[in-house]
Design a protein around this ligand. Structure first.
Ligand code: FRU
Length: 470
């Protein structure tokens, strides 16, 4: 079977035609078009050679594929053009990325490089690459994923690394021309300001200002699970505070996990020409390849694009407005009462849809939605709220092939819960209470498993439901 006949291929998410997708890269709104790149290994699962794939869009939901933007061709990137970002450098779309090199013994070298385009499709690598060839003293060659932006007339770069003591760190650099870079200092590290060891390596940093706060969003590796937190193999979250551009230091509070689902990593943030702060993530986790799509020579996808804002010092994520362009066949039910029962509603089913449910209640123990159910009740994906635990729970133990487990997240003192979710064949993205929490996950149900049930136990809930096919 070739990949295109695979039922698990997604309908409205970005995924590779063949091969392996990982981090989104170079996300930018440039001359009214959105350009997005991603880490792409076309040789997967046989071999590894990391390219930058390139897509563009005028509305963030319909994408067209361009030729790969970066392919390893030079001595400084023999083992991959690794992650990075894009900027508008005086009208030229410019990519900043990590050249990865490994010798016969597996020893790694890393080089920060740039490439530029005049037609927004073909990129020319700078003749004097790399623009940063040395790893600074005290850090290892795990030194990668430059995220560059302009502030007060200067270019700044946040870059992920680890100390020689194997603690994750993000460093800040500055430059006047994107060519000569100076190290300013550590933004934050695994053992700074009471973090009390947050992993051995920090990957894929983003450093941005959102509604007046400076935020470092990054992916620490090596964080131990703690109750409902940090249960994926690798994490993604943020520190929020005030950045001192002179010393590079961020004064911050607690580390907050960004997404509560099973698959979310390496997101990239970009401010568009309309002033919105947008985010797209990888709906996958490094080194987790137990997916039924591998036998069809492809793996992973990106999330839908989300808009960020800050509420009570917390990042809220909502799907971009443009996602509504995908809606067809609206079905709507108001004030449905569910009284200690499970119900099914006409026209509410499917494997590719948007669903909004606004629940309210006085007394109930548990209520929720059973998604992707088969006819005999064996297969199901559960999303429910337990009022005693005050937790929202995603349970994919019976979702289908490969994936299993439960993810939980506390939502306290609520008497109303709004759930907005996007199902796409083998993915589900869930936005709770207008983006206060999100769960992004892959599931592999049978294609016949399209029933949706709503239920309440130990009481009554009232729910307004809207459903669109996509
Ligand atoms: C994160 C990551 C990055 C690296 C890229 C390589 O998933 O490991 O740190 O640049 O993937 O594909």
């Amino acid at each position: 079977m070739n990949g295109n006949n695979d039922y698990y291929r997604l309908k409205y998410h970005l995924m590779p035609s063949v091969g392996f997708l990982n981090d989104p890269n170079g996300f930018i709104h440039f001359n009214s078009e959105y350009h997005l790149f991603y880490q792409f290994n076309p040789l997967y699962p046989k071999d590894k050679m990391v390219y930058w794939a390139h897509v563009k869009s005028s509305d963030l939901v319909h994408w067209s594929m361009l030729s790969p933007a970066l392919c390893p061709s030079e001595w400084y990137e023999t083992h991959g053009c690794y992650s990075g970002s894009a900027v508008n450098n005086n009208g030229k779309l410019t990519l900043i990325y990590t050249g990865n090199v490994k010798n016969e013994l597996g020893k790694r070298e890393t080089y920060q490089c740039i490439a530029q385009s005049i037609d927004c499709e073909h990129f020319v690598k700078y003749k004097n690459n790399p623009v940063i060839s040395n790893v600074p003293t005290g850090y290892t060659t795990h030194f990668r994923d430059p995220k560059v932006w302009k502030y007060d007339g200067l270019w700044y770069m946040a870059i992920g690394t680890q100390t020689e003591k194997e603690e994750g760190v993000v460093l800040l650099y500055s430059s006047q021309d994107l060519l000569a870079w100076n190290k300013i200092g550590e933004v934050a590290g695994a053992n700074t300001n009471g973090l009390n060891y947050l992993g051995y390596m920090w990957e894929c940093p983003n450093l941005f200002n959102l509604d007046g706060k400076d935020i470092l969003l990054f992916c620490p590796q090596g964080v131990e699970p703690k109750g409902d937190l940090y249960n994926n193999r690798y994490q993604c979250g943020y520190l929020l505070g005030k950045l001192d551009y002179k010393t590079g230091k961020l004064a911050y509070g607690d580390f907050i996990e960004l997404d509560r689902g099973f698959e979310f990593y390496a997101p990239q943030v970009s401010r568009d020409e309309k002033g919105r702060l947008l985010l797209v993530g990888w709906m996958g986790i490094p080194e987790e390849e137990d997916s039924p799509t591998v036998k069809n020579n492809w793996l992973h996808c990106l999330t839908i694009v989300r808009e960020l804002h800050l509420e009570n010092n917390k990042i809220y994520q909502i799907p971009v407005e443009e996602i509504k362009l995908l809606r067809t066949n609206e079905t709507r039910y108001d004030n449905v009462l569910i009284n200690n029962e499970q119900i099914k509603l006409d026209n509410i089913y499917g494997d590719c849809f948007e669903l909004i449910c606004d629940f309210s209640w006085e007394n109930v123990l548990e209520f929720g939605i059973k998604l992707r159910c088969d006819d005999n009740g064996n297969e199901k994906t559960l999303l429910y709220y337990n009022t005693e635990e005050e937790k929202i729970i995603l349970d994919r133990c019976k979702s289908g092939l490969s994936k299993t487990g439960v993810r939980k997240c506390k939502i306290e003192k609520c008497k109303k819960l709004s759930i907005r979710l996007f199902m796409d064949k083998s993915s589900v993205e869930i936005f709770i209470n207008k983006g206060e929490e999100t769960f992004s996950s892959r599931i592999y149900p049978k294609k016949e498993s399209k029933n949706i049930f709503f239920y309440a136990e130990g009481g009554i809930v009232n729910v307004n439901i809207e459903h669109w096919n996509i």
